[in-house]
Every structure is written in C-alpha cells, then in structure tokens.
Design a protein around this ligand. Structure first.
Ligand SMILES: NC(=O)c1ccc[n+]([C@@H]2O[C@H](COP(=O)([O-])OP(=O)(O)OC[C@H]3O[C@@H](n4cnc5c(N)ncnc54)[C@H](O)[C@@H]3O)[C@@H](O)[C@H]2O)c1
Length: 345
C-alpha cells in the first residue's frame, strides 16, 4: 500500500492507495460516525460497512443538489450527530462531493474521510478537498474546499464498476498524464490490455501516480489561484459537452481534451505528432463522442464557467505531453475556435 500525504495550510490529508477498504474501521472515532453512500455501492458493499447509521443517495449527478444536503443535515441532526461527529463517504465522485460539502457546512464543519469507489474518484475527485453541488444547469456552483482526513483507494472495488464508469475514470487519468506526467502517458499507451483487464497492481500504480501529481499541485495552490488551474484541462469545453449531451463526466472531459489539444496545436504549442498521440489515446479507449454545440449553448456555458474572470477565461493549453500552461484569453477566442473546429468536421 502507498501512503501519500497532502499538506495544505494547517492540515494533513492521507491518501492510502492499494490497501483493503475494510481497514477503514481502524481510522474512525469510537462514536458519532455516519456513512453517506449511494444505493448501488450499498447493495454491493453494505454488508461489510462498519455498524453505524447509513444514509444512502440515489446514484448519479441528480443527487448533487442543495435539497439533498438539507435532507442529509436533517438526518444527521435526528441521529444526534454533534460537532464531534464524523462523516464517512463510501462512493464515487458524487457521494464524495455531497458528503464533503455536508461535512464542511454541518455545524460549521465536522470531520470527514472517504472510501473512494470509482476510478474517477480515486484518480481525481477524492483528492484535493474540492466538493460541491450543482445549481440548476451549472456544475459545482456551490461548494467549499475542505480536505478529508483520509481517502482509501482500494483497487479491488473497481472490479464491480460498470465498463462505462471505468472508462470515464480513465479519461481523468489521461488528463493527469497530458498535463503533468509524460512517463504516465507512455505507461498508459503501452498497457492497453492490463488496463482493460483492470490489473490490480497496475491500477494501484496508476492511481498512486495520479494522486501524487494532484497532491503536489494542491499542496502548492489549494485555493486555485494559480497552478491548480491546470487540473481543469479539457473542462471548459467538457462542461459544455457534459450538459448538452448528459455524458458521464470523464467522457465529456475527453471530448474537452480533444478540443483543447486541437486548440493548443492551432496556437503552435504542440507538434502534429503530439496532437496525434493524445487524440489517438483518447480514441483507443473509445472516449470521444460527437458533439455539435450551438453558439448559444457554448456561450452560455463558457460565460457561467468558474474559470472565467470578466470577459476573459483561464484556458488550459498543453505545451507537449506532460506539460500544461494556463492563459487568460478573451471568451470570444474560445468561441471562435470551437466554430472553426466544428465547421472542419
Ligand atoms: N471534487 C472534485 O475535485 C471532482 C473532480 C472530478 C470530478 N468530480 C465530480 O465527480 C462526479 C463524477 O464521479 P463518478 O464518475 O465517480 O460518478 P458517481 O459517483 O456517480 O459513480 C458512478 C456510478 O458508479 C456507481 N459505483 C460507484 N462505485 C462503484 C463500485 N465500486 N462498483 C460498482 N458501481 C459503483 C455509482 O453508484 C454510480 O452509479 C461528477 O459530479 C464530477 O463533477 C469532482
């Protein structure tokens, strides 16, 4: 098992990659613990949950809303959870986002930890302390940044993940590789069979590499005022595609990465070979989808994007495999690039 420590101002978060999730019992306080999970995860793993109250969400993005937080807070209150309480999330990105937000606002904040059960949450969502819910059609508009005390990433839990969920997580892993780890990119390129067969040792290694990279970025810039913005590679267009087509997060980010890669190439930041390698890898895992955003749809999403300041947007470009840079560019430039890309197809 690998233990990766994320150090942020006054706080230490331990990410445990490769161990058994059942060991979580040893990390919990003796009383005041509640589990937040979703119905699928509870059906698969609930019989081995520690003996504490369990509150279960409907699976999927629809549970990321304020009413759910309010309802859970009522349930915590009824269960007698006070400021010494502890929220344990057992689930994917949705459960961790909801439980992390709840823990950060309930009685002005109580302790929390995660057992991360999807590839997407293991490689990305459960590290870094961001949480949140959606507001109407806009993703993650309400949320906080609060580190969990621990995150357990057990590769054996990924065996039960439906294929499309697994591939969705792979897209975020490829994102990490493109923005920060050329060696990881090359490992993914040559490990197709072992990735598809969910080889447990390989997954432990891949998740640990991704968490280590994200941990370094978050330790340097927890509040996303600079470096952390590179983690949004593919997300500006990705969020627009996600909402237009109701795609799983990773597939939308993959389409966003294809666009951001083509935009980086158009700007002269990457060679034709680099562009080809990134897009081929996304195609190999069948992550790309057709999209045809109208000008209105794209403009609406980009204008609501949290990466925007005034009429400019912080857009993440790749500068070669393993390198990324954030540039403040006018929103109009993003829109006109998309039109050129769409018209060429
Ligand atoms: N906070 C962050 O930094 C951050 C980063 C990236 C993504 N996210 C968010 O994460 C969310 C997506 O996360 P996700 O892809 O994990 O989705 P998810 O939590 O909805 O899980 C996907 C599906 O897999 C099921 N599932 C979970 N674990 C399973 C297991 N071990 N076996 C079988 N089924 C299982 C769930 O019930 C659900 O149906 C999005 O809302 C996105 O915005 C957050």
């Amino acid at each position: 098992m690998e233990k990766i420590t994320i150090n942020t101002t006054g706080f230490k978060s331990e990410i445990l990659v490769g161990g058994k999730w059942e060991s979580v019992s040893g990390l919990l306080p003796d009383k005041g613990v509640v589990i937040i999970t979703d119905h699928n995860v509870r059906r698969l793993y609930g019989d081995k949950f520690p003996g504490v109250p369990v509150f279960s969400l409907s699976p999927g993005e629809g549970s990321k809303k304020l009413e759910v937080i309010e309802h859970l807070a009522d349930q915590l209150l009824e269960a007698g959870i006070d400021r010494a309480g502890f929220v344990l999330a057992v689930g994917g990105g949705v459960v961790c986002d909801v439980a992390g937000f709840l823990a950060s606002v309930y009685m002005r904040g109580i302790r929390c930890g995660y057992v991360s059960t999807t590839l997407l949450s293991q490689v990305d969502a459960s590290t870094g302390g961001k949480n949140g819910v959606n507001l109407g059609g806009t993703k993650n508009m309400l949320g906080t940044i609060r580190q969990p005390e621990f995150v357990i990433c057990d590769p054996s839990m990924l065996e039960t993940l439906p294929e499309q969920e697994y591939l969705s997580g792979l897209a975020e892993l490829i994102k990490t590789a493109v923005i920060g780890d050329k060696e990881l990119f090359e490992l993914i390129e040559r490990s197709y069979d072992n990735i598809m067969s969910r080889n447990s040792d390989l997954l432990t290694h891949l998740v640990a590499k991704s968490v280590r990279f994200k941990g370094l970025v978050v330790s340097e810039d927890e509040n996303e005022t600079g470096l952390r913005r590179i983690l949004n590679f593919g997300h500006t267009f990705g969020h627009a595609v996600e909402l237009q087509k109701a795609l799983k997060h990773g597939f939308a980010v993959a389409s966003g990465m294809e666009l951001a890669t083509a935009f980086s190439f158009e700007k002269g930041y990457i060679s034709p070979e680099e562009k080809e390698r990134i897009i081929s890898l996304l195609k190999r895992f069948v992550l790309l989808d057709e999209h045809d955003l109208t000008d209105d749809q794209l403009e609406k999403i980009v204008l609501h994007d949290k990466k925007k300041t005034g009429t400019d947007i912080h857009f993440v470009f790749t500068h070669g495999i393993g390198k990324a840079n954030v540039e403040k560019i006018p929103v109009g430039e993003v829109l006109s690039f998309y039109k050129r890309f769409r018209d060429k197809k």
